[in-house]
Write a protein that binds this ligand. Sequence first.
Ligand code: NAI
Ligand code: MG
Length: 496
Amino acid sequence: MIMARASNKTNPARELVFGDLWEYDAAPETAAPKLKKRYDLFINGQFVAPKKGKYFTTINPGTEVKIADIALGGAADVDAACKAAQKAFTTVWGPMPGKERGKYLYRIARLLQDHAREFAVAETMDGGKPIKESRDFDLPMAAAHFFYHAGWADKLPYLAAGRQVAPYGVVGQVIPWNFPLLMLAWKIAPALAAGNCVVLKPAETTSLTALKFGEICQEAGLPPGVVNIVSGAGETGAAVINHPLTSKVAFTGSTEVGKLIMRSLAGTEKKMTLELGGKAANIVFEDAPLDQAVEGIINGIFFNQGHVCCAGSRLLVQESVAGEVLARLKRRLATLRVGDPLDKNTDIGAINSKEQLGKITELVKAGVAEGAEMHQSACQLPAKGFYFRPTLFAKVSMSHRIAREEIFGPVLSMLTFRTLEEAVEKANNTPYGLSAGVWTDKGSKILKMSTLLKAGVVWANTYNKFDPASPFGGYKESGFGREGGKQGLMDYCKVG
Ligand code: NAI
Ligand code: MG
C-alpha cells in the first residue's frame, strides 16, 4: 500500500531518492478549545475588566487571524492584584499548613492533565509551536512541575537542614512567549509550594493559556488572591516588578530587559532571580555516534522554532568529522516539515510574532553578508503566517554576528575545532552561559567537559532534556538563580 508520496513538485517524474520529503495527508488536530472572545484580568479569584477599559488583540501567528481581545492591565490593576495577593498571603495561604497547600497543587496538576488537549491546542494557536510539542512536551511538563512541587509543600523543613525556611509573601513574576504555560508553571508551582502568593504577567503575544490557567485556579477552588494574572506589555511587567508589595521578583526574557530590571531594583530590598538569553554550544567530538548527534543537533536548534533560551545555536564539530556531519545535517534539514502548527506531522511551526521574524531575517542576512555559507531547506512555506525556513550556516567564524548574538530562531551556525581545549575556549567565548551539549563516546571526556564549560546545564549525548527535579539556570549574562529542583525552590524561600 502506498501511504505517502514524495514531494517533488518541480519534477514529479523524477525518481525518489533517499532523503526526499514524503508528503503526508494533512492531519490537523481537531479539538476546538473553549476560547472566549475577550479575556479579562484574573485578580482575587475573579475575571475583572481592566480599570482603564483597554484591550489588545492576540492573533494566531500561523494564520495571522485574530483569536481574542486581551485585557491591558495598568498600574492600578497591578496594584489591585498585589493587594489581593498580600491579603491572601496574610489571611489564608501563609498560615495554611504545607500539607493543605500541597493538596491544591496536586489538584491544579490533575486539572492541567484533564484539560491537556484543550490547553495544548490553545497554546499552539496562540504561540505558533507545533501541536506535537505543546501536546507532548509543554503540557505534560507543566503538570509535572505542579506534581513535583506539590510533593515539597509539606517537606519545607527538610529543604535546608537545620535552618528555618519561610516564604517571601507576594512574588512578582514576568514570563516570555516561548513556553507560555510551562514558564508559568516553572514560576507559580515553586512559589505556591513555598507559601508565597503571586502576581504574574504573561508575554503580550501569548496570554491565552495564562488567563485560562485562572479558570483552572477557580476549578481547583484555590483561595482568591493566591494567584493573580495581569496581562499587558512591558509597562505592565515593570509595574509588577517595581510594586512595593512584591518582595521577590522572578523574570525570564531578554538580557536587555533583565539588565533594566536589575538597574531599577538596585538599592531595594527585593530578592530577584533572572533567566535570560543564551548562545549554547553543541560540541561534537570525532568519536561521537554521528547519527544520534545529528538528531540531537536538529532537536537542539529546531525544537520550538529555535525559540529556546538554551537552544544549541552554535554547533562546534571536530574538524575530522565536520564534512560528514555537515552532509548528514543537510540531508536531515531537507526532511523537516515546516507549516501548519496544528498539523500533527509538523516539525517546525510558526515564528511567534512578526517582530521576531524580522529579527531572525535580519540576523540571517548579516550571516550571508559576513561570508558564512548558508544552507536552507527548500520546503514550501504557507502563504499566510510567520514562517522561516530551517537554516544552517557553515564556515562560520567566531566574529560573525550569527555566532555571537542570540537569534532565537531556527538558525544553526556551524564552527569547527581541532582539540578539546579549542572547543572549550570557543564554547565559553560568549557573554552567555546557560547550557551546552557534548557528544562523545568517552565518559571521561564528558566529565572533563562538564567541569570546563561555563554553562548552567551540560547535556551529554542528548539535548533539551528537562525534569522538574533538575535545576535550570545560567552563568554570566544568562542570569542567576535556579528553577526546578531543591535549588529552584530555595529561591522562593527566605532561609534563616
Ligand atoms: P522581552 O524581554 O522584552 O519580553 C519578555 C517579557 O518581559 C514579556 O512578558 C514582556 O512584556 C516583559 N517586559 C518587557 N519589558 C519589560 C520591562 N521593562 N519590565 C518588565 N517586564 C518587561 O523579550 P522580547 O522583546 O519578547 O524578545 C526579544 C529577545 O529576547 C528575543 O529575540 C530573544 O533573543 C530574547 N528572549 C529570551 C527569552 C528567554 O527565554 N531567555 C524569552 C524571550 C525572548
Ligand atoms: Mg522586548
